[in-house]
Design a binder for this molecule. Structure first.
Ligand code: HDE
Length: 710
C-alpha cells in the first residue's frame, strides 16, 4: 500500500534563518499588510466598465507575478533538494583543523541539491546525463560547499573550455533542439576534437548517467583539494560519497520511457523516500595523499580528467550524511540555494587544478546574475549558522539592519570592530604554497595522457556494463547527422578499445577500424604536433579497478524498492496479505495495480482499494512485479493486455518478476512463457527467493537474447 506520512521536524536552519509563512487561519493582505476584501475581481467602472488604474491590489498582484521567474541555472538547471545532517565517525584532526571534520560529537546540518546538467528546468529527470551532487555543510565555522558530480572526472581540463563544452551539449542554437540530450551533432563534434574528454565519455556513456535514484548514486568532489591541519601541514584529498543502498541504474530504453511516464521520477523518488521515513544515506570517504607523494602517480593530481584508483589509495570512510527533511518551498530553498566551490572553511583549501580555479570565479558571478544582488548570502537557505560581521553595506534586497556609524576598517570610532580574527582564533589562512614559475597560457605536459584511464575504466566494467557502453555510443552517434563527426568518433574510440570501435562502426554502417588511429585534437594550437598529445605519460600498471564497476556495489537490501503487485477481482487475500507483510518487513514499498481504481473484491468478498491501474501506471516506474493468486483474478489478468505488456516490459528491462503458483497461466502469455530464462523469475510464492533477487536489482544477462519487443 502506498503510505505518505508527513513528518514535520523543527529544523535548526529554518529556526535560525527563515521566516516560515504559514497562511493557516490568516486573513489575506497586500504586501504592505492591508487586508484584502476581494481577490477575485478587479476594480471597474460599473458592471461592464473598464478597469481602473488605481486598483493597487490588482497592480501589485500582476507586478509580482510578472517577476516570479529568475534566470535558471545555465547548467544544472533541473534539480531537487533536501535537508539533512552529517555525522562524523572519526576525527580527521591529523589532516585538517576543520571543526566539522574533527569533533565526532558535532552533527552538521546540510542541504543537498541533485541535478542534471544539460536540460532546462522543466526537462526530464531521466536524461542520459551527468548528475550534480552538491552539499552545503552549515558548519560552526561557516558554510562549506562540496559541489560535485556523480562521476569522479570531468570532460575538460581547463575552465577556458567550459562555455564551449556547455554550448556544444545544450540544445543547438538555431532550433533549440534537442532538449536534455547529448545525442546530437554539436556535442559529438566538440567531443571528437577533444581527446581529454575520452575518460569522461566512457563514464557518460555508461549506466552511471542513468541512475535508478538519486539515493543510489555515488558522489565525487572531482578535483583534488587540500586538507590543512592545525600545524599548517597540507595533504591532498579526494572526496567521495558512497550510497548505503548501493549504486544502481535503469536501462536506456526504460529511461526514455520514464521520461514520458513520469519526468519527475527522481524528484518524486527522493521526496517520497523522505516522507516515508526511508531517509537516504551516504557514507563520506576521503582518499588522502601526503604532499611528498604529489608526483608519485602516473598522472597529474591536478588533472580533473583523472581519478585515483581505490586500489592505489583506498577510500577511508569517515562519516555519514542522512537526508531527513524535505523542503517547505521549492523556490525559496532549492531554486535559490547558491553553491560555490569557493565556500571553504579553515582546514580545507584549493589546489591549482585549472578547472577548479575557473570555477572559483564562475559561481559567484552566476549567483550575482541569478539572484540579482550580492546580498544572496542573506537568503535563508544560504545564510551561515553564525551572523556575518563585516563592512559590506547596502545593495539590492539588503535584509540586515546594520547598527552604528562605522562601516570601515580600520576604525577607532567603532572600537575597531568588527576586528580581524587571528589564525588561532579560527581566522582563515590560505595554505602557504610556494609557487615559482613563468606566466604561460598553455597546458602542462603532465596532463597529456588522455587514454590510460579511459581504458582502465572500460576494462573494469562487467560484460553487461561494456555492452551498455557500446549501445550508448551506437545510439548517440546514430543521432549525429554529420558523417564526418561519426567517422571521427569511431576513429577516436580505437584509442580506448578496438573491439568497442568496431562494434560502434558496424552499428553506424561504417568500415571497422583495424588499428589505433591518431585522435584529432581541435584544442591544440595550430603549430602543435597532435602526436605528442597521444600518450606522453601513458602506462598505468593497473589493468582493472573493481570500484569502477557498479556491479560490485550491490547491497543485501530491498529497502525502499518499489514493487508492483497485480490484483483483480477474485484475488487471493491470504496471498496478498502475506506478500505485503513479508515485503514491508524487508523494507520494500508495495503498490497494488488493478484493471480499475477503487474497490477490488477478494476471493472471500473482502474489498481493498487499488493504488494504481494498468492505464495510469507502467512497469518502468517499478523495480519488480508480483502476481498474487486467485483463479478468477488470474483469468481477468490474462485478458488484460496492459498487464501482459507490463510484465513483458519488466522482463525486457531485466527486472525481478514473481508470482504465486496460480500465476503460471498468466506467465505463459508473456515472454516468460516464451523463454528459457529463469534468473530473476521467481515462481510458486518463493518470497525469500523474491527478496534475494530484488536485492540484485537487475538480471542484465537476460538482455543477451534481445528478443523482447515490449
Ligand atoms: Fe559547475 N557550474 N562549473 N561544475 N556545477 C554551476 O553555478 C562551472 C563543474 C556543478 O545544484 C553554475 O549555481 C564552470 C565541475 C554542480 O546549484 C555555474 C566549470 C563540476 C552545479 C557553474 C564548472 C561542477 C554546478 C551554474 C568549469 C563537478 C549545480 C549555476 C570551470 C565537480 C549546483 C550555478 C547547484 C553549477 C560553472 C565545472 C558541478 C555556471 C565555469 C567540474 C553540481 O556557475
Amino acid at each position: 500500500m502506498q503510505t505518505s506520512k508527513t513528518k514535520k521536524k523543527s529544523s535548526k536552519i529554518s529556526d535560525i534563518s527563515a521566516e516560515i509563512i504559514d497562511a493557516n487561519g490568516q486573513t489575506m493582505t497586500t504586501d504592505i499588510g492591508v487586508k484584502i476584501n476581494d481577490d477575485h475581481n478587479s476594480l471597474k467602472v460599473g458592471d461592464r466598465g473598464a478597469t481602473l488604474l488605481e486598483d493597487f491590489i490588482l497592480r501589485e498582484k500582476l507586478t509580482h507575478f510578472d517577476r516570479e521567474r529568475i534566470p535558471e541555472r545555465v547548467v544544472h538547471a533541473r534539480g531537487t533538494g533536501a535537508h539533512g545532517v552529517f555525522k562524523l565517525y572519526k576525527s580527521l584532526s591529523k589532516y585538517t583543523k576543520a571543526a566539522f571534520l574533527n569533533d565526532t560529537a558535532i552533527e552538521t546540518p546540510v542541504f543537498v541539491r541533485f541535478s542534471t546538467v544539460a536540460g532546462f528546468r522543466g526537462s526530464s529527470d531521466l536524461a542520459r546525463d551527468v548528475r550534480g551532487f552538491s552539499v552545503k555543510f552549515y558548519t560552526t565555522e561557516g558554510n562549506y560547499d562540496l559541489v560535485g558530480n556523480n562521476i569522479p572526472v570531468f570532460f575538460i581540463q581547463d575552465s577556458m573550455k567550459f562555455p564551449d563544452l556547455v554550448h556544444a551539449v545544450k540544445p543547438e542554437p538555431n532550433n533549440e533542439i534537442p532538449q536534455a540530450a547529448s545525442a546530437h551533432d554539436t556535442f559529438w563534434d566538440f567531443i571528437s576534437l577533444m581527446p581529454e574528454s575520452a575518460h569522461m565519455i566512457m563514464w557518460a556513456m555508461s549506466d552511471r548517467t542513468l541512475p535508478r535514484s538519486f539515493r543510489m548514486m555515488e558522489g565525487f568532489g572531482v578535483h583534488t583539494f587540500r586538507l590543512v591541519n592545525a600545524k599548517g601541514e597540507s595533504h591532498f584529498v579526494k572526496f567521495h560519497w558512497k550510497p548505503v543502498l548501493g549504486v544502481h541504474s535503469v536501462a536506456w530504453d526504460e529511461a526514455q520511457k520514464i521520461s514520458g511516464k513520469d519526468p519527475d521520477f527522481h524528484r518524486r523518488d527522493l521526496w517520497e523516500a523522505i516522507e516515508d521515513g526511508n531517509f537516504p544515506e551516504w557514507e563520506f570517504g576521503v582518499q588522502i595523499i601526503p604532499e611528498k607523494d604529489e608526483h608519485k602517480f602516473d598522472f597529474d593530481l591536478l588533472d580533473p580528467t583523472k581519478l585515483i584508483p581505490e586500489e592505489i589509495v583506498p577510500v577511508e570512510i569517515i562519516g555519514k550524511m542522512t537526508l531527513n527533511r524535505n523542503v517547505e518551498n521549492f523556490f525559496a530553498e532549492t531554486e535559490q540555494v547558491a553553491f560555490h566551490p569557493g565556500n571553504i572553511v579553515p582546514g580545507i583549501d584549493f589546489t591549482n587544478d585549472p578547472l577548479l580555479q575557473g570555477r572559483l570565479f564562475s559561481y559567484t558571478d552566476t549567483h550575482l546574475h541569478r539572484l540579482g544582488s550580492p546580498n544572496f548570502t542573506q537568503l535563508p537557505i544560504n545564510r551561515p549558522l553564525q551572523t556575518a560581521y563585516n563592512n559590506h553595506r547596502d545593495g539590492q534586497s539588503q535584509h540586515n539592519v546594520h547598527k552604528g556609524q562605522v562601516a570601515y576598517s580600520p576604525n577607532s570610532l567603532g572600537g575597531g570592530c568588527p576586528y580581524m580574527a587571528k589564525a588561532l582564533q579560527g581566522g582563515f589562512v590560505s595554505y602557504d604554497e610556494k609557487i615559482d614559475a613563468h606566466k604561460i597560457r598553455a597546458r602542462s605536459r603532465s596532463f597529456f595522457d588522455h587514454f590510460s584511464q579511459a581504458i582502465l575504466f572500460y576494462n573494469s566494467q562487467s560484460n553487461s556494463e561494456k555492452q551498455h557502453i557500446k549501445d550508448a555510443l551506437s545510439f548517440e552517434l546514430s543521432m549525429v547527422k554529420s558523417s564526418v563527426v561519426r567517422e571521427r568518433m569511431v576513429k577516436n574510440l580505437t584509442n580506448i578499445d578496438l573491439n568497442l570501435s568496431q562494434y560502434v562502426a558496424d552499428k553506424l554502417g561504417l568500415p571497422k577500424p583495424t588499428k589505433v588511429e591518431v585522435y584529432e585534437n581541435g584544442a591544440l594550437p595550430a603549430d602543435a604536433n597532435p602526436k605528442e598529445y597521444a600518450s606522453v605519460y601513458k602506462g598505468t600498471t593497473l589493468t582493472q579497478s573493481v570500484a569502477l564497476s557498479m556491479q560490485h556495489s550491490k547491497k543485501d537490501t530491498i529497502k525502499s524498492r518499489q514493487i508492483a503487485v497485480f490484483i483483480a477481482d477474485g484475488f487471493d487475500d491470504k496471498s496478498l496479505v502475506k506478500f505485503e507483510k513479508t515485503m514491508s518487513e524487508a523494507g520494500a514499498k508495495i503498490c497494488t495495480i488493478a484493471p480499475k481504481l477503487g474497490k477490488i473484491k477478494s476471493i472471500k468478498g473482502k474489498d481493498i482499494v487499488s493504488d494504481k491501474t494498468f492505464f495510469n501506471s507502467a512497469s518502468v516506474l517499478f523495480d519488480a512485479v508480483y502476481i498474487v493468486g486467485g483463479e478468477q483474478c488470474i483469468n481477468k489478468l490474462c485478458n488484460e493486455m496492459d498487464a501482459i505488456h507490463f510484465v513483458n516490459e519488466a522482463f525486457k528491462h531485466c527486472k525481478v518478476i514473481g508470482g504465486d503458483s496460480d500465476a503460471e497461466k498468466f506467465f505463459k502469455l508473456t515472454y516468460i512463457g516464451n523463454s528459457n530464462v529463469d534468473e530473476g523469475i521467481i515462481k510458486n510464492s518463493d518470497l525469500s527467493g523474491f527478496i534475494n533477487a530484488v536485492a540484485q536489482h537487475r538480471f542484465w544477462e537476460r538482455e543477451a537474447a534481445r528478443k523482447v519487443p515490449a
